[in-house]
Structure formats: C-alpha cells, structure tokens
Design a protein around this ligand. Structure first.
Ligand SMILES: [Zn+2]
Length: 119
C-alpha cells in the first residue's frame, strides 16, 4: 500500500481528549442565556421623565409623564376619612400629583413604557 509518501511511523498527535469538547457546549449555553434574558426592564421609573429607548418603536425618547390615581391616593383618602376629614378634604389627594402614580409613555408612539407606583 502507498501512503502518499507520508511516514507511517509518525502520525499526527491526537488532540487531548476532553479538552476540545467543552468550549462548544459552553458557547451554546451562554447564547441561550443571552437570548432568554433579553430586554425586559432595568429602567427605574420615578416621578420625572427618564431618557430611554422605547421598547415599542425603538426610538431614543424622553418619557412623557402623566399622573394617575393609584393605591396611595386611595390610602391617603381613607386615612383622611378616618381622621374625620371627610367633608371634601378626603378628595385632596386626588388633586395632588404627589399622591398619584406616574405613568411613563412614549411621545413617539404613545405606548405606556413604564409606571412609577408609590406603594
Ligand atoms: Zn415608542
């Protein structure tokens, strides 16, 4: 038999077993993690507008804030009633933005992108 001139007594050394296999598995694993842990949130919404990328239209925006009656508004209303301030005073928290939740919306596509809940 002719081995094309290659010396039969000097085969190339085989790769060490167990060394070349783990990297592909690790790569697939990390890729899966990145895909699963995608964009979700990470934004901390407060009372003021925040710059962010809209998850709906992907534009770089500064959120538009609107105030909405939230849990804290009703809690303060209830507390005022308990203290006897029910003659219209219990409606005060509904007029104070500081007692309300803040809704952050996108000025570009008008989708709600976040909410600041005071409770
Ligand atoms: Zn948008």
């Amino acid at each position: 038999m002719d081995y094309k001139g290659q010396p039969a007594g000097n085969p190339p050394p085989p790769p060490p077993p167990g060394y070349s296999q783990p990297p592909p598995q690790y790569g697939q694993h990390s890729t899966t993690v990145i895909t699963a842990g995608m964009p979700v949130v990470a934004h901390c919404f407060r009372e003021t507008s925040v710059p962010m990328q809209c998850p709906y239209c992907h534009a770089n925006i500064t959120t538009t804030t609107t105030y909405e009656t939230g849990t804290l508004t009703w809690v303060i209303c209830g507390v005022l009633i308990l203290f006897g301030l029910w003659l219209g005073c219990c409606l005060i928290p509904f007029c104070i933005d500081g007692c309300k939740d803040v809704i952050h919306s996108c000025p570009n596509c008008h989708q709600t992108v976040g909410k600041f809940n005071r409770m």
